[in-house]
Write a new protein. Structure first.
Length: 125
């Protein structure tokens, strides 16, 4: 079972300007923040952005992405619109992905640091 996931950033302020509204639309809120990190969740931390502890530049992983659960298709659509409006880059617009599941509805974006994230629901609504 996964406790939480962290991705790197080179600019906490820029990353927060992206993630605060994007994750807020999925029901996650900022739980803690500092000079080098920001932590999101509901009652406990589920997702963090942070500057690398070794002082080197953060880089994204090729082929890796993080999928956030959305309750409804409209939440996936809103995630996508909000991400693009806040500096995200399209990596796959909202839509059905029947190659995964008949009701798999997802959208993919790259955050300002190049991390690939997704919102997905298996709801038919």
């Amino acid at each position: 079972m996964i406790d939480h996931i962290s991705v790197g950033t080179n600019d906490i302020a820029r990353a927060r300007a992206f993630y605060d509204p994007v994750l807020g639309g999925l029901g996650l809120r900022l739980l803690a923040s500092g000079a080098g990190s920001a932590d999101y969740g509901v009652s406990s931390i589920l997702f963090s952005i942070e500057t690398p502890h070794d002082g080197k530049r953060a880089t994204s992983g090729n082929g890796m992405h993080i999928a956030f659960a959305a309750g409804r298709r409209e939440m996936v659509d809103s995630f996508y619109r909000t991400a693009l409006a806040n500096g995200g880059i399209d990596a796959g617009p909202p839509g059905l992905r029947p190659e995964y599941d008949a009701n798999y509805y997802g959208a993919f974006v790259f955050d300002p640091d190049g991390n690939k994230i997704e919102a997905v629901t298996r709801s038919s609504k």
